[in-house]
Design a protein around this ligand. Structure first.
Ligand code: PMV
Length: 284
């Protein structure tokens, strides 16, 4: 049997503004996806029920057409902006390389997983699979090729609260574009916030209020929803130092910086909200 796994990601700051040339910061998570491959006769088959219908297509693109049984196990919710497809792509690439006794460089993993990410997203920015492959924290600037700076990965607990619906990234990005340039000041303010956030990554008491300010700016941008705003308030009322939506918005998740997470986890359970306790920094 051979196996590969990779972690998910969250955008800590800079979503939407990154489309306009401002930096974004993404962090790797310790929620992972694992792919296990076993030899079998006949066509390659996925034995676990695919939670994502595009899994079969990605398997076809990543693995030989015959001779393998594929099992996928994932802690990552799908379609929430937590990088589940990128984690799957990198895990598939790693499992395949392990089967062949090869050890890939980070660049090779990136290239191979990027090809699979195209199956999922058409034109991915490359941010998700970079974080899935490297873990840690990354400052990302769009471009061709994108500019990536590895930041010292902070290690603190974050509570991720699921809104229960998935946002439509393409539609949300188009909405922000339709309101441009009226929203330019807000996008600039998010750019400034992201730079400040980078300076205080390992200082939760300073970081928290900047995250909440970032959420307020995303509200101004028109990408939040009443549910996401309520989740931010719930977090702030239950011990979070700061909270914001993460990813494109319109649904997806809220992240809350919570050095003492239990109070918020209990409140989420009481309200029937799915919550995950994650540790930033992801896989080493
Ligand atoms: O929903 P996610 O995590 O894929 O994030 C989208 C981030 C945006 O800035 C809104 C879009 C983009 O392509 O950068």
């Amino acid at each position: 049997m051979s196996e590969g796994s990779a972690g998910g990601k969250l955008i800590l700051s800079g979503e939407h503004a990154v489309v306009y040339g401002y930096p974004a910061i993404a962090i790797g998570l310790d929620l992972t996806t694992t792919v296990r491959l076993e030899e079998r006769s006949g066509p390659t088959a996925v034995l676990t029920s695919p939670r994502d219908p595009r899994l079969l297509e990605a398997v076809r693109a990543a693995l030989p057409a015959t001779g393998l049984a594929v099992r996928v196990q994932s802690d990552l919710p799908i379609g929430c902006g937590m990088g589940s497809s990128a984690a799957l792509s990198v895990a598939l690439v790693r499992a395949h390389a392990a089967r062949e006794g090869r050890r890939l460089s980070a660049d090779e993993e990136y290239e191979a997983s990027m090809a699979l990410e195209r199956v999922f997203h058409g034109t991915p920015s490359g941010l998700d699979n970079t974080v899935a492959a490297h873990g840690g924290a990354i400052r990302f600037l769009r471009g061709n090729p994108p500019s990536l700076v590895h930041l010292e990965p902070p290690r603190w607990p974050l509570v991720v609260l699921e809104s229960g619906t998935a946002g439509d990234t393409a539609a949300l990005v188009a909405g922000v574009r339709a309101r441009h340039p009226g929203n330019r000041t807000t996008l600039e303010a998010i750019g400034v916030l992201t730079r400040s956030i980078e300076q205080v990554l390992s200082e939760p008491t300073e970081l928290g209020p900047l995250l909440t300010e970032n959420h307020r700016r995303l509200v101004e941008l028109g990408v939040s929803t009443p549910v996401l705003d309520a989740l931010v308030e719930l977090a702030l009322d239950h011990g979070a130092l700061g909270a914001k939506l993460s990813g494109a918005g319109g649904g997806g998740v809220v992240i809350a910086l919570c050095p003492e997470p239990q109070q918020l986890l209990d409140a989420a359970e009481k309200h029937g909200i799915r919550a995950h306790l994650v540790h930033t920094g992801g896989r080493p």
